[in-house]
Design a binder for this molecule. Structure first.
Ligand code: SF4
Length: 739
């Protein structure tokens, strides 16, 4: 293990121990709320679409919106400053505070002010800054950074917060319950707001037509911060601009549902300052805070800080559509366990944090945590503005490595000793990114290759030079590949031993099925033939998933083109493409759109099926279920693959099991933690196991046969449970019935 790997492993271990439990519990609660809120709201998908279109149009017309909002704010009597970068924005706010003779500033929660390090700037010129958001207040007292873009203090338990407040304030009665803590904080923060000279807020949205700042919060302190001091400064990234109130409604509907599972946030405040904006006061409904004095001032600071360049960047542009709801963080299994202190950069954290950091801070900051995105894609459906977050992470990974995409495995010999200072894909990226070559050699040399790869000195060398953790079992390659087995057998359909063929299909022989998990491939062939399908094995290689997961986009693109060409002739001939490994199906249905020219991917995407989805379709269309292994009430614990869930396909497997009479329990966990090469990497081994343990904790495996759809899931569960696992198609395999 190299020094940097050891450092990263220790950091992750520490966070798992200190912050992991609170992060996991808090994100779990938010996810449950989000699932419920979205399920019970049938307009969600339509509004998602509408919001996406609005953001695309707004970012395309950003210059026009800046012009319009400047006119509107100035017409209202306020000022607009377009800040080129963080230093410019900081200097402007300092100038405003100086002009107001400010000694104290109160601030509501705002990631944009974190980005420009406003607190540090104001404090350096002698101004006291008080955070008024409860979470921000807590981490300001603890002198820590936010661990989540929506809930900055998520990594702290109630007990830890109580201990902190008791130590700092020494109240007469020690604080303990959530109510006591909240009441105490409200009183302290109320004092600060009353006494402050300037109030600084962020903005969830800024409406160009009216110069309106929209604040969406669950605490009333943001609106008090905005209207109580005579001077209000709102700091917002330029991407927060929307044309007018006409476009706002879908965002208000989707943001709280995605962030916290509420149908609407407690406070949606719309201020068009500096105008009369009375608001509820500190002591109940009769105590109204007067806004709109003659001396009121308003300054809108619109921050660029790399956003214009992001807008010009075809890959990073989508990041600007982000409405900072945090759903991508909550839906990410790795984030749930280590939070934003590991899965984050200078300011932003979580899946989309990579895009933000790459755009506003630079690639070095993004590189710090980009590897924590495993590309599982669970965030894709969670994002209310449909941002392809895994793709952004992949592109940033490529850029972090310098884009020096090695095209063949021959490059493995280059730089056998990894040079941490040298950019480019390291030996480990090349090893996993070219796994097909490894697998071919592994099968050709089996069983010697398996013996060799299990030998202590070899594992030690792999740990040292490749960063492949020696505690992880390596795949065992089969001498007889699926392809060889298939070539040497007689088709049950063609020989007349099976039903008359009703359809023709090609079974895509992914690398793992072909070289390692050959039995699931054989089971798939037998199952399809039992349902009257004439099966062929196409001459197609690796889909490109392996290099793509390492950020080797050019290699992935080449593999995608070759695989597409090999499969296209079968699609043209009217054959269906059946895929066992969900991550490969996700390539055909999702990533090929980005990797192949024009609309080349469309026909393949439309004619490719996950194997159990295909079985389900055949049964629905009248195929004889009698050929498959009946369940007879056998108990199954089933974990569906993350990418299969993103494609909405787990229900097909469950339906087939039900139809055959199996008693199936399905896990809810987002990911198994293995995620392709991720679980093999030394620095992430413990995190991978921890994520897997969370899956097991919610999966009742006692007395149940454990079944999973993806290679990674099968490997992880087998290793955690120390007993064999099966792919669903092996459960229904006619061979089990002796047919
Ligand atoms: S990328 Fe999407 S899910 Fe993530 S914070 Fe932004 S809007 Fe929310």
């Amino acid at each position: 293990m190299s020094r940097s790997t050891r450092r990263k492993a220790a950091e992750i271990r520490h966070l798992l121990e200190t912050e992991g439990d609170a992060m996991y519990e808090n994100t779990r609660v938010l996810n449950e709320g989000r699932y419920e809120a979205i399920e019970s709201f049938d307009r969600f998908e339509d509004l998602r679409e509408e919001a996406r279109e609005t953001k695309e149009a707004a970012i395309a017309d950003l210059d026009g919106l800046v012009e319009r909002v400047t006119e509107s704010v100035e017409r209202n009597g306020g000022h607009v400053h377009l800040a080129e970068d963080a230093a410019d924005a900081r200097a402007y706010v300092e100038e405003v505070c100086g002009a107001a003779d400010a000694e104290t500033v109160v601030k509501s929660k705002s990631m944009t002010t974190e980005e420009i390090e406003l607190n540090e700037g104001l404090e350096s010129v002698g101004i006291d800054v008080y955070e008024t958001d409860l979470g921000e207040f807590v981490i300001q007292l603890a002198d820590e950074a936010p661990s989540h873009i929506v809930a900055p203090g998520f990594h702290k338990s109630r007990e830890e917060i109580a201990q902190l407040l008791n130590e700092v304030y020494e109240p007469e009665e020690p604080l303990e319950t959530a109510e006591e803590l909240t009441r105490f904080a409200r009183d302290v923060l109320g004092e600060h707001i009353r006494d402050a000279d300037v109030g600084v807020t962020g903005a969830n949205f800024v409406l160009a037509e009216s110069g309106t700042v929209v604040l969406v919060t669950n605490e009333g302190n943001a609106r008090k911060t905005a209207v109580t001091p005579d001077t209000h400064v709102a700091v917002a990234g330029v991407e927060k601009l929307l044309p007018s109130i006409e476009e706002l409604s879908p965002f208000v509907e989707i943001i709280a549902r995605s962030a916290t599972g509420q149908s609407i946030a407690q406070y949606v405040t719309m201020l068009s300052p500096p105008t009369d904006s009375p608001t509820l006061g500190f002591d109940g409904p009769d105590d109204t805070v007067e806004g709109g004095s003659e001396d009121r001032e308003f300054h809108l600071v619109l921050l660029d800080n790399g956003r214009t360049a992001m807008r010009e960047d075809d890959e990073l542009r989508e990041t600007l559509y982000c409405i900072r709801c945090g759903a991508c963080s909550n839906s990410c299994a790795n984030f749930q366990h280590v939070g934003g202190h590991a899965f984050g950069g200078e300011t932003y954290s979580g899946g989309i944090g990579t895009g933000w950091e790459a755009g506003v801070e630079g690639l070095d900051s993004a590189a710090e945590f980009n590897d924590l995105c495993t590309g599982c894609s669970r965030c894709v459906n969670a994002c209310p503005v449909k941002i392809d977050i895994p793709w952004i992470n992949t592109v940033v990974r490529e850029r972090v490595k310098g884009g020096a995409d090695p095209d063949t495995f021959d490059h493995l010999v280059d730089g056998l000793v990894p040079d941490e200072e040298e950019p480019g894909f390291d030996l480990r990226n090349r090893f996993f990114g070219n796994f097909e070559t490894v697998a071919r050699a592994g099968s050709a040399l089996a069983p010697a290759s398996n013996w060799l790869s299990g030998a202590g000195p070899v594992r030690a060398a792999m740990d040292r030079w490749l960063g492949i953790d020696r505690r992880r079992d390596l795949p065992r390659f089969r001498r007889e590949t699926l392809r060889k087995w298939f070539e040497n057998r007689e088709s049950a359909v063609r020989s007349g031993a099976g039903p008359t063929p009703a359809r023709e299909a090609v079974l895509y022989p992914d690398v793992y099925t072909n070289h390692v998990q050959v039995e699931r491939g054989k089971a798939a062939v037998r199952t399809l033939e039992a349902l009257g399908v004439e099966v062929r094995l196409p001459d197609a290689g690796e889909s490109g998933r392996a290099p793509l997961s390492q950020g080797m986009v050019s290699t992935a693109r080449r593999a995608a083109e070759e695989t597409h060409d090999a499969l296209a002739e079968h699609v043209e001939a009217g054959r269906d493409v059946v895929v066992i490994e969900p991550s490969d199906l996700a390539m055909f249905r999702r990533e090929y759109e980005r990797l192949l020219p024009g609309d080349a991917y469309e026909r393949l995407a439309a004619n490719s099926y996950e194997v159990m989805e295909y079985v389900y379709g055949l049964l629905e269309n009248g195929a004889d279920v009698g050929g498959l292994a009946p369940g007879g009430g056998e108990k199954l614990a089933y974990h569906s693959h993350c990418q299969q869930r993103t494609l909405g396909l787990e229900a097909h497997t469950e339906a087939v099991f039900d139809r055959l009479g199996y008693d199936v329990l399905t896990s809810d966990a987002e990911c198994c933690g293995m995620a392709g090469s991720f679980g093999y990497k030394s620095e992430y081994y413990e995190l991978s196991r921890e994520v897997g343990d969370s899956l097991l904790a919610e999966m009742d495996t006692r007395g149940r046969r454990v079944v999973a759809s993806g290679t990674s899931c099968l490997d992880q569960l087998e290793s955690l449970l120390d007993r064999p696992t099966d792919h669903p198609v092996q459960v229904v395999d006619p061979r089990r019935t002796g047919r």
